[in-house]
Design a protein around this ligand. Structure first.
Ligand SMILES: Cc1ncc(COP(=O)(O)O)c(C=O)c1O
Ligand SMILES: N[C@@H](CCOP(=O)(O)O)C(=O)O
Length: 567
């Protein structure tokens, strides 16, 4: 990683300062913009800036656009030869009006964001197996070597832009200081830290499960010593960290005093920025000679918090011709169980086909919490963003009653609220058979074990010219191979999302390839990682049982020290 992040070439906002969030909802200059609502029905009519800065709705729900924009009629011919940045600008402009961010500023933010990527195509599409029409969408060419960079480098620049605009001419306590709190199972943390380090008027706190992220991931976060970066190691799992973050967002007091902001994919801007690479990959594929008119494309996505695949769902709703989106989970398979049964249950059943706690042979299975797998960034029990999909499923189900759109939206909010309550009190809920059928129209799902992950890394190294997959990407590839059996070439093409660089996961890669002739881990190690683990580190250990209140105290204390310059 580069050492300095003092903003270079920061866009100076070209419009007058934006109104405070409360006023923004009634500002007539914003009427042409997309408006947002909460999945639990509590907030309505919010602007893009409000949802980006707030992150999570006050009712605990997630923000979604009131209307998903459709593509311009000539989108294919107009967009097919655009660079990644120009394409991102076209897509984001469907959601962000010039009255919110003037076009020149939005363009500048996007160009600056993707100029930090190492690949000229930003997210290149490579052919993994020609005869199977299997392609890999490499999303790990950003500064921290994981797909999170695509959205988080953009979000960091967006936060900065809004803060510069709000704080123009203000001094001292009048300045809006944003306190970002995030949870990570490894990749979000470093991408957010890299995107925000050294930026003015923002502090970033990242909670991570102590000992459960890879050593490189941990070093990527804890060796960043800028005063505005705070790493908190929590005794527990990623879900515990995510719960702490959500509890902080639900706490009125700290929201008032510290202006909390979100970097996790609960933040709408994360999802929005990720839709670009679905379009970009589609255009790359359609330009290949193997793709014939009428052919179909499936996207296969290694899934944990359901953010990445949800971006694909939005792209599909906008009009991208993706035939199916395939959810690929590791052994933490709550999503796979949902698509198989219609039950969304926290209970994880390990080592057996998960069917409501009963093994395939009818015996009662061993049931416990999240499992540590070889793909640790996906060791997640409850997938935050699934709530956004649930809202759309409930909305469409409500629409069948033939009432007006406002009623359908209200119904959807109530249904989601009801499901989430059941998840909290009973550990799960079941959806109506029609809702499951609707979910199956757009999605399929696969669960990939650790054993199959290792096998896939081995096979692709040996048979595909020495390609080294990271364990998360390998889960996508293993799921792709199963999907290819149902949707075969030459008609079908599979784009499997490669979500991280293999060097981030030495354990799984070494375990899979150590006995392969000629393999050396050093050959995949980028120079940015050499010596990283030996650098000076700064981390605060959160005592066991401290909970969200303990984290709240740390946040208050450390922001105070940071602002006084004593950190
Ligand atoms: C490398 C990697 N792959 C896949 C995922 C899953 O993505 P999502 O949580 O958006 O489903 C993550 C983390 O979220 C990740 O870090
Ligand atoms: N895998 C993630 C978990 C957090 O997910 P997010 O996409 O909601 O930020 C990570 O690496 O931190």
């Amino acid at each position: 990683m580069a050492d300095s992040t003092t903003p270079v070439g920061l866009a100076v906002p070209t419009k007058k300062p934006a109104p405070a969030p409360e006023e923004a909802t009634v500002d007539q200059t914003h009427t042409a913009s997309q408006r947002y609502l909460s999945t639990r029905g509590g907030s309505y009519g919010l602007s893009f800036e409000e949802v980006v800065l707030k992150g999570l709705a006050s009712d605990g729900g997630l923000f979604i656009p009131e209307e998903v924009p459709t593509l311009p009629q000539d989108w294919e011919s107009k967009w097919k030869n655009l660079s990644f940045s120009d394409l991102a600008y076209e897509i984001l402009s469907l959601y962000i009006s010039p009255s919110e961010i003037p076009s020149a500023d939005l363009k500048e933010i996007i160009n600056r964001t993707y100029s930090t990527f190492r690949a000229p195509e930003t997210t290149p599409l490579v052919t993994l197996n020609e005869s199977q029409n299997l392609y890999l969408l490499e999303l790990f060419h950003g500064p921290t070597f994981a797909f999170k960079d695509v959205a988080l480098q953009f979000l960091g620049n967006l936060f900065e832009y809004f803060l510069v605009r709000r704080n123009e001419g203000k001094t001292g306590k009048d300045r809006h200081h944003l306190t970002v709190v995030g949870a990570t199972s490894g990749d979000t943390g470093s991408a957010a830290i890299y995107g925000l380090r050294g930026k003015k008027d923002v502090s970033v706190f990242i909670t991570y499960p102590n000992g459960k992220v890879s050593p490189i991931q941990e070093a990527q976060m804890t060796t960043v010593l800028d005063p505005n970066v705070h790493c908190l190691a929590v005794e527990g799992t990623f879900d515990d960290c995510q719960d702490i973050v959500k509890a902080l967002f639900a706490d009125e007091e700290i929201n008032k005093t510290h202006n909390l902001g979100a970097v996790n994919s609960i933040n709408w801007a994360r999802i929005l920025a990720q839709t670009t690479y679905y379009f970009h990959a589609y255009f790359s594929l359609t330009k290949s000679p193997a793709f014939k008119p009428g052919n179909k494309v499936r996207f296969v996505v290694p899934t944990g918090n359901f953010g990445d695949i949800l971006a694909g769902y939005f792209a599909k709703r906008m009009g991208l011709p993706a035939e199916k989106l395939v959810v690929a989970t590791n052994e933490n398979d709550i999503l796979d169980r949902f698509w198989r049964t219609g039950h969304y249950e926290k209970k994880a059943v390990h080592g057996v086909e998960a069917q409501g706690g009963i093994t395939a042979d009818g015996a009662k299975a061993h049931v416990d919490g999240v499992k540590e797998t070889l793909a640790p960034a996906m060791d997640i029990l409850v997938s935050s963003n699934f709530e956004r999909l649930l809202w759309f499923l409930a909305y469409e189900f409500a629409a069948e009653a033939g009432m007006d759109d406002e009623w359908n939206k209200k119904q959807a909010g109530q249904e989601v609220e009801n499901w989430l309550k059941q998840l909290k009190s009973n550990g799960g809920f079941e959806v109506h058979a029609d809702i499951l059928a609707a979910a199956k129209k757009d999605f399929e799902s696969e669960r990939v074990s650790d054993e199959q992950t290792v096998e896939t890394i081995k096979n692709f190294y040996t048979n595909e010219g020495g390609y080294v997959l990271d364990p998360h990407s390998a889960i996508g590839v293993a799921a792709s191979l199963r999907s290819i059996n149902r949707a075969a070439p030459p008609e079908y093409h599979h784009i499997s999302l490669a979500t991280a660089h293999p060097a981030k996961f030495a354990n799984a890669v070494e375990m899979s390839l150590k006995s392969e002739k000629g393999f050396s881990f050093d050959s995949v190690l980028p120079e940015e990682f050499v010596g990283l683990e030996k650098k000076e580190k700064r981390v605060t250990f959160v005592e066991k049982g401290a909970g969200w209140k303990g984290v709240r105290s740390i946040v208050v204390e450390q922001v105070d020290a940071e602002l006084k310059g004593t950190r």
